[in-house]
Design a protein around this ligand. Structure first.
Ligand code: H79
Length: 433
């Protein structure tokens, strides 16, 4: 059967499915990107894009003062939007830690915030019954031992061995590797049960970094040992291992692209406006319809959506994020049964034009999402005729009658009100035989 794939542990496929069950059921989570980059407010990669030195970035550390930080409010808003888990940037590429690490001084505790912000996040979200995840950047543009590579803010203008060697005198990745290992160990020992670790990211190549730079094999073994139930993303560059990491992470891809992931275990992460950190001036905010599309299309292809908020430097969600979350919450309040514990439909159901299907295999319910609302007073569902016991709108359990005259052959024609219900994307719930 070909060459046996490398393995790290001895978990069976069934055990993995069981370990991940809460996560695949949840379908919808909140990503939170918060760090010093909230102050410049022009992208979390600002250090990289503008080639900023440690010295010139220091002003953001000095000025960091999140006087309105209230993670209980964040947790309430996540919950109201229907999100079941949240993943916070404990450290992003800039290297600043929101937690109190004993391995660095470059941490929230030493700013005007004067406290461990990760601790407060964990407590607040757990109190709302939301699972907690830690994003941890493998990349670190602040650490003195992190070697300058082709993604570093201080990279040479032109790639050459000599240029990198000159820049990297005195830098030692073995020391950084130890630092990374120590901080991940802190995160997974000091905050109780952690549900997700979201490591970010690898870019193997001549002037890039991958599993040997991070010590990924040893790191993942430590992660599994400290938190046996944890779910780990696939960005540690361990794809050679059959039982390496847990899920794929298509980032900022469109709904069409998500169809390719059907049958895999995956989560797409998406921003509201393009950047992940708070960006004051971006005017590329996704519409509510687009956000719903991403959520529904994720579930319709068997995946999760991790939707990002970038809180401001004062520690609040800005009004554009709040408005978007509110509107998702209104839809989810009425329609979340088509999301939680759902996946793609059995193959004998074809999605009618303008619809997307999700399916709950335990309740045997099929959900028809009306992306285009028919103005004809009915909808024809080809091939559904003998498979459906009862039809209703999901948001109010109002019956949708069969139009017996129009239902010819295998076609099931349902009568719909001429006027579209007051939801961007109404959902028909079909109770199957
Ligand atoms: O934290 C958020 C982003 O800041 C981070 N991941 C999300 C969750 C992220 N930003 N960009 N990316 C991940 C992908 C970056 C790809 C590129 Fe490249 C960096 C393209 C060019 C520079 C990879 C590295 C390919 C070439 C070098």
């Amino acid at each position: 059967t070909g060459s046996a794939q490398k393995r790290l542990g001895n978990e069976t496929a069934a055990e993995k499915t069981k370990r991940m069950e809460w996560w695949t059921d949840a379908r919808f989570g909140m990503f939170i990107h918060w760090g010093l980059y909230a102050l410049p407010a022009r992208h979390e990669w600002v250090r990289n894009y503008e080639h900023i030195t440690n010295e010139n970035y220091q002003k953001y550390f000095d000025q960091f003062n999140p006087d309105l930080f209230n993670p209980k409010q964040w947790a309430k808003e996540a919950k109201a939007a229907g999100m079941k888990y949240a993943v916070l940037t404990t450290k992003h590429h800039e290297g600043f830690t929101l937690f109190d690490s004993k391995y660095t001084d470059y941490k929230a505790t030493n700013t005007q915030a004067k406290r461990d912000l990760v601790r407060e996040f964990v407590d607040a979200f757990r109190a709302e019954g939301i699972k907690v995840g830690f994003y941890y950047s493998l990349i670190d543009w602040h650490h003195p031992d992190f070697t300058i590579d082709n993604v570093h803010p201080l990279r040479p203008a032109k790639d050459s061995e000599e240029a990198y060697a000159a820049l990297n005198k005195g830098r030692d990745m073995a020391k950084y590797r130890k630092y990374l290992y120590n901080q991940v160990t802190e995160l997974l020992t000091k905050y109780g049960k952690i549900d997700i670790l979201w490591a970010d990211f690898s870019y193997p190549g001549k002037y890039g970094k991958g599993k040997d730079d991070w010590g990924s094999v040893e790191l993942l073994k430590q992660i599994r040992k400290l938190q046996p139930g944890i779910i780990v993303d696939n960005r540690l560059d361990l794809n050679d291992y059959e039982d390496g990491t847990d899920f794929e992470t298509p980032e900022q891809v469109g709904p069409k692209e998500l169809e390719k992931y059907r049958g895999k275990v995956w989560e797409t992460c998406q921003t509201f406006s393009g950047s992940w950190g708070y960006h004051r001036d971006e005017n590329t905010w996704k519409s509510n319809r687009k956000l719903l599309d991403l959520l529904i299309t994720s579930v319709a292809n068997g995946g999760n959506l991790l939707l990002n908020v970038g809180p401001t430097a004062r520690g609040e969600f800005d009004y554009r994020a709040e408005t978007a979350l509110d509107s998702l919450g209104i839809w989810m309040h009425a329609n979340s049964k088509s999301i939680y514990h759902c996946t793609f439909a059995p193959s004998d159901f074809k999605a009618a034009e303008g619809t997307r299907l999700t399916y709950n295999k335990d309740t045997k319910r099929l959900y028809v999402h009306l992306f285009e609302y028919p103005n004809t007073g009915n909808i024809a569902l080809e091939g559904y005729k003998d498979k459906v016991k009862y039809a209703q709108f999901l948001h109010d359990n109002s019956e949708l009658q069969v139009d017996a005259e129009k239902s010819k052959g295998n076609s099931l024609v349902l009568k719909l009100p001429k006027k579209k219900p007051n939801f961007e994307i109404p959902v028909i719930e079909l109770i199957l035989n």
